[in-house]
Design a protein around this ligand. Structure first.
Ligand code: SF4
Length: 422
């Protein structure tokens, strides 16, 4: 497998640009067309640092942008460039808290309440899709533990959505993958937190979990499903050059992406401050690795999607609050991001639109600061102050808290796009 870089990438981008010009000529009012094209060009070029990954149904310019030329790709473009205010493109959507793993960094282990009723869950899924979300990352807990529920969710979506399932690999087998694929599954995100099997098994608290994850990847690739390895690789391991080992492992397993997730003070790690990879030079090094593993020199490796690169100040910044992404937890809480343990409301209590609009009115302008890093302490203080036993903070406390937040300067990329009024 070879990623597309250099001249090949230029050809793909030119093809997309031409295709977009033609399609939107009939979709956009003539006097709005030049402005639309300018915005589409800026958006397209914001992905230029990534290799193009060829997948079974087209080309991925970025992990969270649906593959071109699928319907979901254009649905994402409509959401971002035609809607006012612009819609989010992606969601992390939790369908159950059930999980037998004991990962110490879990952002939702302390969440309270029962899983949403299935009918409400599906209704919420459709509401999310109708807000413009084109890329679904359906997660748990462990989604494969409640397989019928997972299958019904996927059946409820259509080709406007690129559907991923986020899993440990546990309970994944050929039969259930085939059933999901027949109903529109695009790929799996499978967690491997170290290239060293013992370190990964110790981290998850489950002996054999490394092997389980590797087997799940192989099954996916046999079925031509797309795979991203999701990894919260420890600071020490990155310092020891283990990111290269992880990329070698991913290459040997024929994974398409490696998503390197920056550790977050959230959930079980809410009060954690050591080894959180906050050092500027450390982050710059990881950003360089991102560029390297998306270049011609590494075109036979999976593409690296380093969160600290995508969310850099000159990139997308913090995209929480449905700027680009948000989170629905298993109990129906609407959160700005999975790593922010605050809620704008619960769909069991209020209408989805009311909660969503409330969240959008707060995140009405994209900003640069990584709120998961800058505001964890303030969330923790509220939890302690009111002796709350579960996360996320209910809306009554969130409301009090966010008034005090500074989200940093406006994200330049969004300023340039001009899709936000403020
Ligand atoms: S809070 Fe913002 S910076 Fe942090 S992970 Fe979520 S979107 Fe990214």
């Amino acid at each position: 497998m070879k990623n597309i870089t250099g001249f090949g990438k230029f050809v793909i981008y030119s093809r997309i640009a031409l295709h977009v010009c033609i399609i939107y000529l009939f979709k956009v009012k003539p006097w709005q067309y030049p402005r639309f094209l300018r915005r589409a060009f800026i958006l397209l070029m914001s992905f230029r640092h990534n290799a193009v990954v060829k997948v079974f149904n087209g080309y991925k310019l970025q992990l969270y942008l649906p593959a071109y030329p699928c319907r979901a790709f254009f649905y994402a473009l409509d959401s971002k460039l035609l809607k006012t205010p612009p819609g989010p493109i992606t969601i992390v959507f939790s369908m159950t808290k059930a999980c037998s793993y004991k990962c110490p960094h879990c952002y939702q282990k302390k969440d309270g309440g029962p899983d949403l009723q299935e009918q409400k869950l599906i209704e919420t899924l459709i509401n999310v899709r109708d807000k413009g979300v084109a890329m679904f990352d359906i997660e748990g807990g462990e989604p494969f533990l409640r397989f019928e529920r997972l299958l019904n969710l996927i059946k409820a979506l259509d080709s406007r959505s690129e559907i991923w399932v986020n899993t440990t690999g546990m309970h994944v087998d050929k039969n259930n993958l085939t059933a999901l694929q027949a109903n529109g599954l695009f790929g799996l995100m499978i967690s491997i937190h170290s290239p060293d099997r013992k370190i990964h098994d110790d981290f998850t608290g489950i002996a054999g979990s490394f092997e389980t994850a590797c087997q799940a990847i192989k099954l996916c690739k046999d079925l031509d499903l797309v795979v991203s390895i999701n990894s919260v690789l420890a600071e020490q391991e990155i310092n020891d050059g283990k990111l290269n080992d992880l990329m070698e492992l991913a290459k040997s397993l024929k994974a398409d992406f490696v998503q390197l997730i920056h550790p977050k003070p959230s959930g079980l790690w809410l009060d954690k401050s050591d080894h959180m990879q906050n050092d500027k030079s450390f982050i710059t090094d990881v950003q360089q690795q991102h560029l390297l593993y998306n270049s011609k020199a590494k075109q036979f490796y999976p593409a690296l999607a380093a969160q600290v690169f995508e969310e850099r100040k000159t990139g997308f910044g913090c995209t929480a609050g449905a700027v680009d992404r948000f989170y629905v937890n298993a109990t129906g809480e609407i959160q700005p991001c999975e790593f922010l343990n605050i809620s704008f409301g619960n769909v069991n209590i209020e209408d989805f639109d009311v909660i969503y609009n409330r969240m959008r009115s707060y995140f009405n302008n994209p900003c640069q600061d990584w709120l998961c890093c800058t505001q964890a302490q303030s969330i923790s203080e509220i939890i302690k102050k009111y002796e709350l036993q579960a996360t996320p903070l209910p809306w009554q406390y969130t409301q009090e808290l966010i008034k005090t937040w500074d989200r940093g300067p406006q994200t330049p990329l969004y300023k340039k796009l001009g899709i936000y009024k403020k």
